[in-house]
Design a binder for this molecule. Structure first.
Ligand SMILES: [Zn+2]
Length: 405
């Protein structure tokens, strides 16, 4: 796959009019530098097959829209004729606000084009935040996030990564068990309170989207992603280059797959679900850590010589393997990406798929998530940027909420 290949954006059909073709080429160039990083005009010419003057015109338009800027390469990086080809970068002043409510905190970040997290904050909450609290705390945090930036920022929207079932059609949060939310019109509330277009999706699916586009899953068309966090275990599946959403957006709930008989009660009403059996809090408690110290978990589990800790880890490892066995046997992925606290159970990824059928395991690789704590914010930002990438000119024309610095 090319560096800018897009698993998720819809391909805009072109009926061949000049205007449609120009819009579609503009989207293509912006997508290439957003997903693939800075590229020279010469590389853009090669990757798109468009001629130099067309590329020049499209880049000029992206610059005028504030979506790209150019630098001259250092010496020795010129093209064959010896003339240096300007390097086109995605703008760092066009940003999305990314929000991830968790059971004990709200994570809010400023994500620039190119998937770069410029700033992130963690606002602790006494208990699981209500949707109203998430909206109010985000609204209050935006000014602080954009303050102090060297350049004027353009906020193109707010992306919400929600640990729960989010309806694909309108972003309605149908159920978020761990937050105790039922049927919350979160995007509607957020848009009304902030004036910014807001979009929401399941947090784990967004984490996968980030890893797939910018992290461990780049260029892989068939992958399964599993992430463990304070709010349980989630996942996502990409098959044949397409995100598996299911009919309404609720697919790939690995946390609620059945892993053991006579198991613990789950928040979903069933028993023996993976996320009822394997929890971050139990592992943190075992080594005396708080949720805010979760990044220390892997090291302390490894260093521990407490037999009770070893027994808990062995039990959790076995249960995660059951879920992964089911995933591999169902989906035949080329790659499994593991993220969050699950990496503390499988520090190298070894043994994760040990119980799956032999044949689909032959070409299977296991990788740890690369984007760390930023992955949900990058995924939430991508939810906003994917709309912009479809039609950059009209997106920037329709919504230009410039924030005074
Ligand atoms: Zn369940």
């Amino acid at each position: 796959m090319s560096p800018g290949a897009d698993h998720f954006a819809r391909t805009s059909a072109s009926s061949g009019t000049t205007e449609e073709l120009r819009r579609s080429n503009l989207a293509r160039i912006l997508t290439l530098i957003h997903r693939g990083g800075a590229l020279s005009r010469a590389e853009l010419t090669r990757l798109t097959g468009l001629n130099r003057s067309t590329i020049g015109g499209l880049v000029a338009e992206l610059r005028e829209l504030g979506l790209a800027f150019e630098t001259m390469p250092g010496s020795g990086e010129g093209n064959r004729a010896g003339r240096p080809s300007p390097v086109v970068h995605p703008s760092q002043s066009v940003v999305a606000i990314a929000v991830n409510p968790e059971v004990d905190a709200i994570h809010i970040g400023l994500v620039a084009l190119g998937g770069r997290v410029l700033k992130r904050i963690r606002l602790e909450t006494e208990a699981a935040p209500t949707s109203r609290e998430v909206v109010e705390m985000t609204r209050a945090a935006i000014a602080g996030l954009v303050a102090g930036s060297e350049q004027e920022l353009t906020i193109v929207g707010i992306g919400l990564a929600v640990p729960g079932l989010v309806r694909r059609s309108d972003g309605q949060v149908r159920i978020a068990d761990h937050l105790d939310w039922i049927d919350e019109p979160l995007t509607e509330m957020m848009s009304a309170a902030t004036g910014h277009r807001s979009v929401a999706a399941n947090a784990a699916q967004l984490g996968m989207r980030a890893e797939s586009l910018f992290g461990a899953g780049r260029g892989v068309d068939d992958l399964v992603y599993l992430i463990g966090g304070a709010s349980g275990i989630g996942g996502g599946v990409v098959m044949g280059g397409h995100l598996l959403t299911g009919a309404d957006g609720y697919a790939a709930e690995f946390g609620h797959t059945f892993v053991t008989s006579n198991g613990a009660d789950c928040t979903c009403g069933s028993q023996g679900c993976l996320e009822a059996e394997v929890t971050q809090s139990e592992l943190l408690d075992a080594v005396g850590l708080s949720t805010a110290q979760a990044e220390l978990l892997a090291g302390l589990l490894e260093a521990s010589d407490d037999p009770a800790v070893a027994a808990l880890v062995a039990r959790d490892v076995a249960l995660v393997r059951v879920a992964v066995r089911n995933a591999v046997n169902l989906f035949n992925p080329r790659l499994i990406i593991v993220g969050g606290f699950l990496t503390a159970l499988f520090p190298t990824g070894d043994g994760l798929a040990a119980e799956a059928l032999t044949t689909p395991r032959e070409e299977l690789t296991v990788a740890l998530a690369e984007l760390g704590a930023d992955q949900l914010l990058i995924g939430a930002g991508e939810l906003v940027f994917s709309q912009l990438l479809l039609d950059p000119a009209s997106s920037m024309g329709v919504e230009l909420p410039l924030v005074a610095m």
